[in-house]
Design a protein around this ligand. Structure first.
Ligand code: 3H9
Length: 712
């Protein structure tokens, strides 16, 4: 049976234990082991029933995604799990699934093929396949509606979110909640049901409903999926498969599911989402920092600045249970900051994200202060003052004097040089960048910026802290704009160039929105405030190379006082609800300015809009990768998906470029280079990989011994 599944006995009950750490995925050997255990149960006359349980901290987290990813790339599919599930369900003796941790995907499907399911209260069950771009592939869409009813089954299969055991118990997915030790409870339950008839989920049709009852449920689910999962095929396929369960016999429904599963599995979306799943876990792996690196305990924190970012960061810390001091220079600003925090929390309660009690407890953890005195005892300070080097250095010099030795001093700067900030202190190893994205309490991304002297302990602590804060922390090198904003700059630049060459605001934004971005670049500019970039550009004008084309239309709008959403007009006009309305005046102005600048006007295709903007991202990403400011192309993808609204089903900008084929990307970049000049100089790495027929993903794998830029 191998080491992955053990069969033991407890009196007259067999115990099938899966031991495939860390999550008991159904890797090769596990289904076979379960199958052999069922044979033993069947054969052994002394046994009356069996309990199927996960060893370690969980039941079964589903199919092995590495295997699925190989199948997506063409590896032939094996017999699949369906035969095993029928074997369990047809077994002459009852099999009880005993669930702790998670029963997800194939794990849930196995549990549903068992005759009974018991679970501890903390357990979760679900069909998360859509998050990987696929649908349940082992009758999950056929058995779940028979246990949970249509409405819940359709929701679980199309949203993919797990459900807590108590709710699953209420719905009838779980037969009993176990208090205390799971195995003891499951064995006792097995004794209780041993003489009862064997319920087979596939034969339970009483919750399948009538077509006229179900029709509005499916219609609403489809509408929801189209809106919430714009452009994704798997959620709609999952709904089709659940609908099949209501219209066809079980076996035929399974065939429908198989076909939809197979179609999804080979889609680009599934490949991309599986890449994202692994890339999100890979970001935590830093080649020169061991997994068991020592960590600095973060029990208390301080935040300098109670503005939008400082307030959001304080909430993030408090939400994770970390008491936080938040400091401002004067009472009025501090009061305003605290009022904003309270308003944000109140909105979260209104939206049902937090309970009032949770918010009350969190607010108690946030202590406003006008003095840095209390910072003497905190373990971590995050500075979130106005973005200016002189001010930041002053704050860090002060903090260095006040904070205890060993306290981490972090800056939320989005562009400034961490080494220069660290130079204002006597402790550069304890200085690091923690770049949160706005709104900090909502956005998942945290760029963790490694300075030349930042210690491994401090990096490991911040990486771990990011998890505790519910963020995905990505380590980046210390270059201007770090990874995200450095790439964003050429992306935004191209969007304005396109306008100046003849495209309209709506054409540019809708092309990228339809590609899958959460917002078009010009709408993003309006949201962030056009004046921010304008001020930075004015400050750095002296650094621009003469003779190189620069976008100007955005700056002209700022000169007219159009700063974006904040004052009701930018690329768009905004109504009182901040809803964007196209503004023909902007189109007319841009046409006039372009004529003055003698920029030839033309009709620009959607394809060109997408290529210009995305390949600008990719070309800069390639430079960043080559220069070592990002560890892997997947890290860049995770940054863009979690911080910039890049669609996960496209895998991130670097993965997307890989799927287009770098040869094609390179030749398009060359074309743009010829037409638009120096700004489009192809990144040497893009050129190299295109010539070698390689991808960024393969390059990143080959760079295992990579050392981060500027460190060595
Ligand atoms: C499916 O079942 C299809 C079926 O319908 C059958 C079709 C025939 N496979 O997330 P963590 C690894 S589709 C392989 O950090 P946590 C993960 O990469 C599947 N590996 O832990 C990581 O490795 P490393 C449906 C997996 O405690 C390590 O385990 N199931 C799998 O924060 C720890 O992971 C899902 O989609 C897997 N299935 O969260 C569930 N799962 O240490 C996906 C995890 O090398 N998994 N790994 O970086 C999860 O949602 C979370 O991992 C889980 C644990 C909640 C289970």
């Amino acid at each position: 049976m191998g080491d992955l599944v053990q069969f033991t006995k407890s009196g007259n009950i067999g115990v099938i234990t899966i031991n495939n750490p860390p999550v008991n995925a159904l890797s090769p050997g596990v289904p076979e082991g379960i199958s052999e255990s069922i044979d033993q149960l069947h054969k052994d006359d002394g046994l009356k029933a069996a309990v199927l349980i996960g060893g370690g901290s969980t039941f079964i987290a589903g199919a092995d995604i590495k295997e699925l990813a190989k199948m997506a790339l063409g590896k032939p599919r094996g017999a699949g799990l369906l035969a095993l599930l029928s074997k369990i369900e047809d077994c002459s003796k009852p099999v009880v699934a005993a669930i702790h941790g998670t029963a997800l995907g194939g794990g849930m499907e196995i549990a549903m093929a068992c005759h009974y399911r018991v679970a501890v209260r903390s357990a979760k069950v679900g069909q998360p396949e859509v998050k990987l771009g696929i649908i349940p592939g082992a009758a999950g869409t056929q058995r779940l509606p028979r246990l949970a009813g249509i409405a819940k089954a359709v929701e679980m299969c199309s949203d993919g979110n797990p459900m807590a055991a108590p709710e699953a118990f209420e719905l009838g997915i779980i037969d009993k909640l176990i208090e205390g030790d799971l195995l003891t409870g499951a064995l006792a339950f097995a004794h209780e049901i041993v003489a009862k008839p064997l319920p087979k989920t596939r034969e339970r049709n009483n919750k399948l409903g009538a077509p006229e009852q179900n029709a509005p449920i499916f219609a609403a689910a489809r509408e929801n999926a189209r809106r919430k999962y714009r452009g994704l095929i798997a959620p709609l396929a999952a709904i089709d498969a659940v609908e099949a369960a209501t219209r066809m016999p079980f076996e035929v429904g399974c065939q429908v599911e198989q076909k939809l599963f197979a179609d999804c599995l080979v889609s680009l979306q599934a490949k991309a989402l599986m890449h994202v799943f692994f890339a999100e876990r890979e970001v935590a792996k830093i080649p020169d920092i061991p997994k068991d690196a020592s960590l600095i305990p973060i029990k208390t924190a301080g935040v300098v600045g109670a503005g939008t970012m400082g307030g959001g960061i304080s909430m993030v810390l408090a939400n994770a249970g970390i008491p936080v001091l938040v400091k401002e220079a004067d009472q009025a600003t501090l009061d305003r900051g605290m009022a904003n925090i309270q308003k944000n929390y109140a909105n979260s309660v209104k939206r049902g994200r937090f309970t009032e009690q949770f918010v009350e407890e969190r607010l108690k953890l946030i202590q406003p202060t006008l003095s840095l005195d209390g910072f003497a005892s905190v373990d971590l300070v995050i500075e979130a003052v106005f973005e200016g080097m002189a001010l930041k250095k002053e704050v860090f010099a002060q903090l260095d004097k006040i904070c205890k030795p060993g306290a981490i001093l972090a800056s939320n700067t989005s562009t400034l040089n961490i080494d220069e900030i660290a130079s204002a202190t006597s402790r550069p190893p304890f200085v690091i960048g923690t770049h949160f994205f706005s709104p900090a309490n909502v956005m998942r991304l945290l760029e963790i910026v490694r300075g030349k002297a930042t210690s491994k302990e401090v990096i490991a602590t911040c990486m771990q802290l990011s998890k505790k804060l519910g963020k995905v922390g990505v380590l980046v090198g210390n270059c201007r704009g770090f990874v995200g904003n450095r790439m964003f700059h050429p992306y935004m630049r191209e969007s304005v160039f396109l306008l100046e060459e003849g495209a309209t605001v709506e054409e540019v934004d809708s092309a990228l929105y339809d590609f899958g971005l959460a917002m078009g670049p010009l709408a993003v500019g309006d949201l962030a405030g056009l004046d921010v970039g304008w001020r930075i550009r004015k400050e750095h004008r002296h650094l621009e190379k003469p003779g190189i084309r620069q976008p100007f239309a955005g700056d002209r709008l700022c000169e007219m006082g159009r700063f974006g959403q904040k004052n009701g007009a930018g690329w768009y006009k905004y109504d009182e609800n901040r809803r964007a309305v196209p503004d023909p005046e902007v189109t007319a102005l841009v046409r006039k300015w372009a004529a003055e600048a003698k920029i030839p006007q033309r009709q620009i295709s959607r394809e060109e809009i997408v290529d210009r903007c995305l390949y600008a991202l990719v070309n800069e990403g390639a430079r960043i990768l080559e220069e070592g400011y990002a560890l892997r192309s997947g890290d860049i993808d995770i940054i863009y998906i979690n911080g910039y609204g890049f669609p996960a089903h496209r895998g991130g900008p670097m993965w997307y470029a890989d799927t287009v084929d770098l040869k094609n990307v390179y030749s398009r970049v060359l074309e743009f280079h010829k037409l638009h000049g120096e700004l489009w100089e192809p990144a040497p790495l893009l050129n190299q990989l295109a010539a070698q027929g390689k991808t960024f993903a393969v390059y990143s794998k080959e760079q295992r011994n990579f050392q981060m830029a500027g460190l060595f």
